[in-house]
Design a protein around this ligand. Structure first.
Ligand code: K7E
Ligand code: CUA
Length: 651
């Protein structure tokens, strides 16, 4: 492992870091973050048993790589223009997860401009998400989450522009965003699951969204097996991407990290980094090999149909028990210890598993999996390449030209390697599949490229989602933003073109061509949210589009229906009693692009947006007797400041 510490350019970086430390940007005498992670990484590398690697840790030294670099002096960096001038639009939508912020974000690529935040698991003061009645019942009173993976729905191997799915690792949920409005329209709790982490939709059609439980728990988790970790298990859950209902679960013994699907709808995949069933660090890293779980979806659905299932917990979801050994439902492909990401090549041939604690990626030939399930070959025989890519490989993206780009966490590089050459090199050590490495800043997690998760991967832009930004931006105190870097991969050499600070913490992103997504400019009045308001209005004999009424609903409950059109609320005042539960249902009659109103009541923790032609409601308790102004918080008109009214609270 020592060879990767002797790099000349690494020394230069080290030297410049030293200057920064001496500059006072970091505390003198303390190990800087890059150095710390590297040390930790080497300790981690020490855990890799010599037998762990089918190929050993041979391969090229940095000296050799630099020589090879010189030999490729003719290589041209990409020439794409990342500058998007004022008034011009980006070529791609970037769909970003927001990690512990609980959001999804949309960025324009290549400008890296943040063009939208979509609150999902979080409470958002600007829009009222998590506070208005609809989102509150969707969230079930929770207002925190941890989104890691965003993926769009598919048709025939490419994006269809309809839905965005995102996981919540913190509370075991899958949420969906309707791309017509870019708002969350559905959220599903996943039973018998903790740490819902990797998710992936099927790619042949809007079929299932597969979701992995990263944490093993007692099954059911009802107080049994508390001190018997060997009995714990984890669920691979199938959710219908259309109805968002949980269809079935497969119970396995190991944990599951990242998820992928093939292009045909036959298989789904999960990396397992704790086949040992350990509950502490040593236990989880004991074995030299873990595996890739391969799920045979047709066999599983057949078992569900034939009721060859077990009941876990409330028993509402059929569970196929595949614990312990390979069989018709699940096969385990052995790969070096603690793999992390699994990504499908755009030609649909290979599932590429990034090694994390092993400096390798394992290339699984998906076309061999039928034979694995038929018992004709061993699971390990499906591994056709295992190139050494660097210390701490996490995720892999593709350019559609036969190259793969693996994010290398400990080395802080993206390694570009050729898939065909890696397959050759599996039998012939003289072949070097590594094309190039580019430094990123610093400690890269996910990487993804334009259309990389589709058959239309176009090899233009690559994103490196770096966990640490350190010295790349002005010092803002102990908590730094992450650094999302944009790299031009269109040439034969990679070219870093942009550093983008991101509020913590994007894990993953996908880049979708802009011609695929077509959001509406005015709210379409349909879907489950409108069913919710229409039901309410019908109950009260109210027409949401024109009525302005204060309706007393029995003791202590008042509904206030009002419309708005710039720059007035149609109700200039309404009267309630102190202590009343007040529900305001507001409809924005302005059907004009970008003309949102909203509703904010002074001193009542009430604030929401109401978009063009939208209806929203919010509920609160009227405070002490007095006058409370409500106002429109969204700048909508020259008389926006005048857009207000009085809530008169009587004793
Ligand atoms: Cu690698 Cu949650 Cu996709 Cu983070 S995960 S890096
Ligand atoms: Cu309506 Cu401001």
């Amino acid at each position: 492992m020592s060879k990767s510490t002797g790099r000349d350019d690494e020394k230069k970086i080290r030297a410049s870091e030293q200057e920064i430390v001496e500059d006072g940007a970091s505390q003198p005498g303390k190990t800087d973050r890059r150095g710390f992670m590297r040390g930790a990484g080497l300790v981690g590398a020490g855990f890799i048993g010599a037998g762990a690697l089918a190929k050993g840790v041979g391969g090229s030294t940095w000296g050799e790589l630099l020589q090879a670099k010189a030999a490729r002096a003719a290589d041209k960096p990409g020439q794409l223009d990342a500058h998007v001038p004022p008034g011009k639009l980006d070529d791609y939508y970037g769909l970003w997860s927001g990690g512990q912020s609980g959001e999804i974000r949309l960025l324009g690529i290549p400008s890296m401009r943040e063009i939208k935040r979509i609150p999902v698991m979080n409470r958002d003061s600007a829009t009222g998400w998590g506070r208005d009645d609809w989102s509150k019942q969707l969230l079930g009173g929770r207002d925190s989450g941890d989104t890691h993976h965003v993926h769009m729905s598919y048709k025939d191997g490419t994006y269809d522009g309809r839905y965005i799915y995102v996981n919540d690792k913190a509370n075991a949920r899958l949420a969906r965003v309707d791309c017509r409005t870019m708002e969350c329209d559905a959220m599903t709790d996943i039973p018998n699951s903790q740490g819902t982490h990797g998710i992936f939709p099927q790619r042949h059609d809007t079929g299932l969204v597969l979701c992995n439980s990263e944490f093993r728990t007692p099954q059911p988790n009802d107080g049994r097996d508390l001190d018997d970790p060997k009995a714990y298990g984890a669920m691979h859950t199938a959710i219908d991407g259309e109805s968002m209902e949980v269809k079935w679960q497969v119970l396995v013994e190991g944990n599951m990290d990242l998820c992928a699907t093939d292009y045909e709808g036959k298989y789904s995949f999960a990396t397992c980094y704790n086949s040992e069933g350990g509950v502490n660090l040593e236990g989880m890293m004991a074995a030299d090999r873990d595996h890739l779980y391969v799920f045979n979806l047709a066999a599983i659905e057949k078992a569900v149909k034939q009721k060859k299932t077990i009941k876990v917990g409330d028993g509402k979801v059929p569970v196929v028990d595949a614990r312990g050994k390979d069989g018709p439902y699940v096969q385990r492909v052995p790969i070096p210890k603690s793999p992390h990401g699994v990504n499908m090549s755009p030609d649909g041939k290979y599932a590429v598993c990034s090694g994390k604690l092993s400096p390798t990626v394992s290339v699984v030939d998906v076309r061999k999996l039928d034979d694995v399930f038929a018992g004709k070959i061993k699971p390990r025989d499906a591994v056709v390449a295992e190139p050494e890519v660097g210390l701490g490989p996490l995720h892999t993206a593709f350019d559609g030209r036969g190259n793969a780009y693996t994010s290398i966490f400990i080395d802080s590089v993206i390694t570009k390697w050729n898939i065909d050459k890696a397959i050759e090199a599996f039998d012939d050590e003289s072949v070097d599949p590594i094309v190039e490495k580019i430094d990123v800043h610093y400690q890269v997690g996910h990487t993804n490229a334009s259309m990389s998760e589709t058959k239309e991967a176009d090899g233009k832009w690559l994103i490196a989602l770096c966990k640490f930004s350190k010295d790349r931006f002005l010092n803002v105190g102990p908590l730094h933003h992450e650094n999302d870097q944009l790299i031009d991969i269109s040439g034969s050499k990679m070219r870093l073109v942009h550093d983008g600070p991101a509020y913590p913490e994007p894990h993953d992103c996908v880049l979708v061509r802009r011609d695929i997504i077509h959001p509406e400019k005015v709210t379409p009045r349909d879907g489950p949210r409108f069913a919710f308001y229409e039901k309410m209005a019908k109950e009260d004999g109210v027409n949401l589009m024109k009525d302005n009424k204060v309706i007393r609903k029995g003791k202590g409950k008042v509904r206030v229906y009002m419309t708005s059109a710039a720059p007035v609320y149609s109700l200039g005042e309404f009267r309630v009693k102190s202590g009343d539960e007040v529900q305001v249902i507001q409809t924005n009659l302005d059907g004009i692009e970008d003309l949102s109103h909203g509703f904010c009541v002074s001193n009542h923790d009430v604030n929401m947006v109401v978009n063009p032609m939208d209806t929203r409601s919010i509920t609160f308790t009227a405070g002490a007797p007095g006058v409370y102004w409500y106002y429109c918080p969204w700048f909508c008109h020259a008389l926006h400041l005048e857009m207000r009214g009085r809530m008169i609270v009587e004793a």
